[in-house]
Write a protein that binds this ligand. Structure first.
Ligand code: GLN
Length: 487
């Protein structure tokens, strides 16, 4: 185990391939071994197909950009011939993908091996993976705590060394927040940077697929592969895809870092605050300039997000009617009962709550009061960021106000769960990009420490700058190297 490939980053693995130290087949075997040994306790994976992965490894071409590199895939991205459960009873065992999502096509063209489907909140609705309808998940740093969500499984397997890297999706923080809770790097690209074709839609105007990795170097490499225009997704941007790796110079001299005054308030856990303050001083020592900025509509962000996201979800999830995909009630007496029973038995509580909320805010009597008004506030939030980015190149905050919380602590109170999304959701409303990288470890109980994430937000299509900052931080600190205390 000590020399297991599962512990490596993408770049380290590629170096081993190219120097002849190990082969893709050996690396895939190591990962399968690590999953068998460690996944039982943490529940990162919903399924994996060792034979298929080993077969693909045998044929891997290590000269391709991601040749022979196994990547774990959140279970809401279609991979032909594999399940795509969205962690929902609705799709479990009743649906097999008939096509590859565009990100999967791009990964395959680059030589990567999709290996394993990762656990998540059902249909990506949640912040703790407690809403998984199929398997409970735990934070590898403390099994009594949540891994974050909704891409909890992807964050667990990357930080727990049962994957080299993973893909997640982020609608309101679902890449960045679990990365922060588990101690890995997570990047939400600019809206449209990565095609959504083949991603099961939650809230189509907010969803983005992105990398979850051990380093920002790896995130840059993975992002360069999965980004780009797509004739199958009209919202995918046609802007040229840079080689993000070439941005990682380590030099942030003169870069202006904005601290939004609305984010640094009493809502942040004191120890998280201390880690982030220290990270800011560290970046200042590396030559960055700190400036104050304001995002005046921050207090409306959560309400705005939970109106728009649920409205879009209620429309998107209408397709799960028991006719076309997945769960189907056995003997309905008429078509209405068919819909009603198929949906009632297939969806979990949080998904039902969102569908009901979303249907309500779109209903004719309330559309203007909620949905239309939320769209207007969304514009104000976008304008807040545009004004702040005139003064600052990037904006920094904690990724989440607290370290990972205990399982069950917030699950009975959806509002408390929603409020904890305060630092991540505005980026999705504004369509900008952002990353989380580990910036500390705080003691939460006797002998138990949990990772803390630093969030770096940047304007549209500034992924290169955001990654330059997180990479400069990683090059001069060791927080991202810490691993959970495995038995
Ligand atoms: N926690 C947020 C929610 O529950 C964000 C989820 C996500 O980004 N998919 O909606």
């Amino acid at each position: 185990m000590s020399d297991s490939a599962a512990k490596l980053s993408i770049i380290e693995l590629q170096n081993d391939y190219r120097s002849g130290k190990r082969t893709p087949s050996e690396a895939v075997s190591d990962i399968i071994e690590a999953i068998k040994l460690k996944d039982q306790d943490v529940g990162a994976y919903l399924s994996f197909d060792p034979e298929m992965a080993l077969e693909e490894a045998t044929n891997a071409d290590i000269n391709l950009p991601l040749g022979g590199v196994p990547i774990a895939i959140k279970d809401l991205i279609n991979v032909k011939g594999q399940p795509c459960t969205c962690a929902s009873r609705f799709l479990d065992s009743a649906y097999t993908s008939t096509y590859d999502a565009t990100v999967i096509t791009k990964l395959r063209q680059a030589g990567a091996i999709p290996l394993g489907r990762t656990n998540m909140d059902e249909f990506a609705m949640g912040s703790s993976t407690e809403n998984s309808g199929l398997r409970s998940a735990s934070n590898p740093w403390d099994l009594d705590r949540v891994p974050g969500g909704s891409s909890g499984g992807s964050a667990i397997c990357v930080s727990n060394d049962t994957a080299i890297a993973a893909l997640g999706s982020d609608t309101g923080g679902s890449i960045r927040q679990p990365a922060s809770f588990c101690g890995c790097v997570g990047l939400k690209p600019t809206y449209g940077r990565v095609s959504r074709y083949g991603l099961v839609a939650f809230a189509s105007s907010l969803d983005q697929i992105g990398p979850m990795t051990k380093t920002s170097e790896d995130a840059a490499l993975l992002l360069s592969v999965i980004s780009g225009s797509d004739s199958r997704d009209s919202t995918a941007l046609t802007d040229e895809v840079p080689d993000y790796g070439s941005n990682l110079t380590g030099d942030i001299e003169g870069l202006r870092i904005g601290l939004p005054k609305e984010y640094f308030n009493e809502g942040i856990d004191a120890e998280v605050r201390a880690c982030v303050d220290e990270a800011i001083s560290h970046l200042e020592n590396l030559g960055a300039k700190i400036v104050d900025v304001s995002l005046p509509h921050t207090e409306y962000a959560i309400a705005t997000y939970y109106i728009i996201a649920t409205a879009e979800a209620s429309a998107n999830l209408a397709r799960f009617d028991g006719v076309r995909y997945g769960n189907r009630t056995p003997e309905p007496k008429d078509i209405l009962e068919h819909y009603r029973l198929s949906r009632a038995s297939g969806f979990g509580d949080e998904v039902k709550r969102r569908i009901i909320l979303g249907t309500y805010v779109l209903s004719s009597g309330y559309n203007d009061a909620y949905y239309v008004r939320a769209q207007k506030v969304r514009t104000l939030i976008r304008e807040d960021f545009a004004a702040a980015f005139k003064l600052a190149d990037v904006i920094i905050s904690p990724t989440a106000p607290t370290p990972a919380f205990k399982s069950g602590e917030k699950s009975s109170d959806p509002l408390q769960m929603y409020l904890a999304d305060i630092f991540t959701i505005a980026a999705n409303l504004a369509g900008i990009c952002g990353a989380s990288t580990p910036c500390g470890n705080v003691q939460v109980e006797n002998g138990i420490t949990m990772p803390v994430g630093l969030q770096v937000l940047g304007p549209h299509l500034s992924e290169g700058t955001v990654l330059r900052v997180t990479d400069a931080f990683e090059k001069t600190t060791d927080w991202h190297r810490l691993r959970p205390p495995n038995p």
